[in-house]
Design a protein around this ligand. Structure first.
Ligand code: AMP
Ligand code: MG
Length: 534
């Protein structure tokens, strides 16, 4: 039975009921000690309008879609009114930003509304992003602009449909008020339309929640938070003890490794993998200056704030996650007091990542299993070839599936194969005969490897197309939808959301959404370059 009115949502606010609150209730910026959260009211806005909602997330909350079209829904999820059992709060956390300890950060523009228990007994926390300042807003305003809210809304849902663990987005609501942003921090502030996204996840706890308590030496509260987290989000781990803490950390390591394998599979670059942006549930969280690889380039990051060192470039993501887990290990060490089990868990990350990556690559290439003595070289050579000339990663794998490799490839078939792959190149003039020879050699080895697998071509196609998406949220596609939305036309958002619901299935009339980046988007702000300004 779907719920027809918001008042029927069932709340069970465990986070606020179990953990200590900041006694101060005035909303001024401050350091908060001995508490996990501060109570705070969302800011009221003058003219909210529903831009989009996710019917799948509404369904998770048992909400009938008609509820999402009501005036009450818009006013509730922009923060103008509260349901009876909502107890809004912002949580306290710290983190390492770009490798350096930053001290207290906290929910500077996220306001949690409470936790819902749905009819399947699942717990879903609701959080507004951009609903006004909190004690953790530091020098910023607690608001969010439409462009970054569109990006967060669409990408959360796109990632889910791709099968990547992620926080979700219920709604995107424009506030009717302007927010001033200096998009590239270069002295050009501009008024932009504001918006609020309602994010949804089983929990929004981050590595940084534990780190801040450890850094302050508040070990009692550190233990309390960990016990709370295990009993609420990891109940299968059972009794609370130092051994269970180690098992918990091992599970965090595994989940993080699985998430990163997915990012590498679909070509997602998070852009700001600071430890405050790492979820203990291994969910992709905090969509800021993220991007999607267009031409395959492990050195690419969309984040101009990280342009100098490119710490968070695509190819670094696996090592950065490992480093971040090391910081979480340091934080919980005082509760465990033994290094070896934490080290073992970190090894488990490396192991899970390596095995996951090998299997993921086998799937991307349509191979039944990973076979070390042939496939290591096969993958390595492919990843070199993809970088020799500008090659669209997404289209390359989809086109590769079309080449029948169930028998040997003669010269004619090799030339046909090259013609099939031609769609994936950005600059055809970059194709040289040396490049073609190298690609042909790789295709010969690959087809030999496929033949050893004895899988019929049709089977290989479906295996590959199930893991290699055709539609991803290309940076320029998001920007086109934003350009329209800023003019008050939300149709681009709706159309994108719809296509991205089935990213692996070719959809008629939707070629524009699988097209590689047009030339105009190469250097345009929002398409290839983004900053943390949002
Ligand atoms: P990020 O790296 O974007 O996830 O943000 C780092 C920290 O800055 C977090 O504590 C955020 O809550 C905070 N923050 C980012 N933008 C704003 C804003 N506009 N107002 C208040 N706090 C913000
Ligand atoms: Mg963040």
């Amino acid at each position: 039975m779907k719920i027809k009115q918001l008042a029927d949502l069932k709340f069970d606010n465990r986070f606020t009921q179990t953990l200590p609150a900041d006694p101060e209730t005035i909303n001024n910026r401050r350091q908060v000690f001995n508490a996990c959260y501060s109570q705070v009211q969302p800011r009221k806005v003058s003219n909210p309008k529903l831009v989009a909602y996710s019917k799948e997330v509404a369904d998770l909350l048992d909400l009938h879609p008609s509820v999402c079209e009501t005036h009450e829904f818009t006013h509730t999820f922009v923060g103008n009114q509260l349901l009876t059992d909502m107890q809004p709060y912002a949580t306290c956390y710290g983190g390492h930003q770009f490798g350096y300890w930053a001290g207290q950060l906290g929910d500077g523009r996220a306001i949690n509304l409470g936790e819902i228990i749905n009819q399947q007994n699942q717990r879903w926390a609701l959080q507004l992003k951009g609903a006004g300042p909190t004690p953790y807003s530091r020098s910023a305003d607690g608001l969010a602009v439409l462009r970054s809210s569109v990006r967060e809304f669409l990408c959360s849902e796109a990632m889910h449909h791709l099968g990547v663990p992620t926080t979700r987005a219920l709604s995107l609501i424009s506030t009717g008020e302007n927010v001033v942003r200096d998009m590239f921090y270069n002295g050009n502030p501009k008024a932009e339309p504001g918006a609020v996204v309602c994010r949804v996840a089983p929990s929004f706890t981050r590595f940084g929640h534990f780190q801040l308590l450890a850094a302050r030496g508040d070990l009692d509260l550190l233990k309390q938070l960990l016990d709370y987290t295990i009993s609420t989000d990891f109940p299968h781990l059972g009794m609370l003890s130092p051994e269970t803490y180690c098992t918990w950390f091992t599970e965090v390591c595994q989940k993080t490794a699985e998430m990163i394998v997915h990012w590498q599979r679909v070509g997602f670059v998070h852009g700001v993998m600071n430890t405050d942006n790492m979820s203990i549930l291994g969910l992709t969280i905090d969509y800021g200056p993220y991007g999607w690889l267009e031409n395959y380039d492990p050195g690419w990051t969309p984040n101009t704030t990280d342009a100098e060192h490119k710490r968070y470039q695509f190819g670094n993501q696996p090592q950065i996650a490992f480093w971040n887990l090391g910081q979480l290990a340091n934080a919980i060490f005082p509760l465990i007091k033994k290094e070896q089990p934490l080290q073992d868990a970190m090894d488990c990350y490396s192991d899970t990542f390596e095995k996951g990556w090998q299997t993921m690559m086998a799937n991307k290439l349509g191979l039944r299993t990973f076979t070390a003595n042939t496939d290591d070289d096969l993958y390595a050579e492919l990843l070199v070839i993809l970088q020799l000339i500008e090659t669209d990663m997404t289209l390359f794998y989809r086109q590769l599936a079309k080449i029948d490799c169930s028998q040997g490839l003669d010269e004619t078939q090799l030339n046909n194969a090259l013609a099939i792959l031609a769609d994936a190149y950005y600059v055809p003039e970059q194709i040289t005969s040396t490049y073609q020879e190298r690609l042909k050699q790789w295709l010969i080895s690959y087809s030999q490897r496929c033949q050893a697998d004895h899988s019929p071509h049709a089977e290989r196609i479906s295996q590959m197309n199930a893991v290699n998406p055709l539609y991803v949220l290309r940076n320029y596609l998001a920007q086109l939808a934003i350009d329209k939305a800023e003019q008050g036309d939300y149709s681009g958002i709706h159309e994108l959301l719809d296509v991205l619901r089935q990213p692996y299935t070719e959809q008629t009339g939707k070629d524009a959404f699988s097209a590689k980046r047009p030339d105009w988007a190469r250097q345009r702000a929002g398409c290839s370059m983004l900053s943390c300004s949002s």
